[in-house]
Design a protein around this ligand. Sequence first.
Ligand code: C2O
Length: 555
Amino acid sequence: MKNTSRLCSHKPIVTVNGQFPGPTLYAREGDTVLVKVDNHVKYNVSIHWHGIRQLRTGWADGPAYITQCPIPTGKSYVYNFTITGQRGTLLWHAHILWLRATVHGAIVVLPKRGVPYPFPTPHKEIVVILAEWWKSDTEAVINEALKSGLAPNVSDAHTINGHPGPISSCSSQRGFKLSVESGKSYMLRIINAALNEELFFKIAGHKLTVVEVDATYLKPFKIDSIVIAPGQTTNVIVTADQGSGKYMVAASPFMDSPIAVDNMTATATLHYSGTLTSAQTTLTTLPAQNATPVANNFINSLKSLNSKKYPAKVPQKIDHSLFFTVGLGINPCPTCKAGNGSRVVADINNVTFVMPTTALLQAHYFNKKGVFTTDFPGNPPSVFNYTGAPPTSLATTNGTKLYRLSYNSTVQLVLQDTGIIAPENHPIHLHGFNFFVVGRGVGNFNPKKDPKNFNLVDPVERNTVGVPSGGWTAIRFQADNPGTFYHFFSRTMFSFSYCNYLPRTFHLCTSSGVWFMHCHLEVHTTWGLKMAFLVDNGKGPNESLIPPPSDLPKC
Ligand code: C2O
């Protein structure tokens, strides 16, 4: 815990190595990473390496009670994984309670030595972490909300690399300074580590050339402002082409619904070398909170690079065609006084996920019965109609239900926002995989018409995607964790030898696992907008996962 002050007030926060945001993890594609997490705080903790595929190393994925039990106070655990077939910007964060508010940091995976970026090498690279700040303790914020049955308080400010910025009266001079030299290009590795808000990001007087999202390369394009959801990452190139001066760098919320959000704009300064500190800062106006067209313009510009070296391997044939509704509901809660005997919950296909007390991956591996069921519905229980009459009951079913996918099968998943109670974007994150975003629209998904317009050539590949408010998103992926044979046998020599060194060559290059999928707005995750896929190669639960490490925390 570390006493920290922002916005004229102090509070103890949970930090990693005393830093907020936490330290950057630098690695190269192909590296094996070992991180020892020593728990010195009063909470149980676990850390997730968001976007790292964890091929065969599900034990290192990190979500508490999904792939591991949390690390108790005074204990430690070594996360051990190899980064295969990936390079780019990702993030790590606590994956238990609301500790992610302050326990987060960047993961920078550089290409293998001697492999250039598919765009001109920037002069410098800078990590830019966007987040939120609460004056009160975030665990208290969510606990109060759960007691009352109502929505939790919103944050008091947004932050850029830990600071609200010079515009906040209490944080003067403490904003992040991005120093540049005239004529040079900089790559910003932008990460949204906020708990609950999607954000616009913009720099006065400078265009952003977007080259990568979620550690996958794009066809580069220029734009004024980007939009980034919690869990997403975006690399942009900024050329210092204004000669001199100081320019405002800013982040503010995007929410295409009338829900109250913290309106404060976080600011930082882009500072040309040779410019006096006392010089006036050139300001900029951010898109309005509900500027959906601005967000759509950005989202619709995202296309996979799809080059010879980095092909977009979009599944063309589908084995599992799934349709999941995502949204909110209301369940009875006799003790919820403020909520008048009921509480807000969230669900996928009307199932509000109940966290188990044994980690699902352990239950799967050791064949422990009674922890989960595999009857997660592939379709909503009743025909969904967004534009029709709202359902008579907003109640959901509670359960720890998983959906079983056979190893290496292909999946098309349409995620439809129900818009029940409140239309909101839901940034859905899938652990263990990247997926292709093949389509997106407003209103009801039309299974006859909409697939005709799917992009099956160069759709963006990511690990977290926004389901638009009152609309749908379609994704495709291959349940191949570990990253397809293509990755193993032709893309990385390291993995090639790795697979061959181990005794059961073929099986060891396949994997079963439990992969969490959830809304990355933490409040929605807490309310139950989550489920998990069980990827099984049909050869028994122990097949092809590496055995659990001996220090894996006990439940
Ligand atoms: Cu970044 Cu399950 O989360």
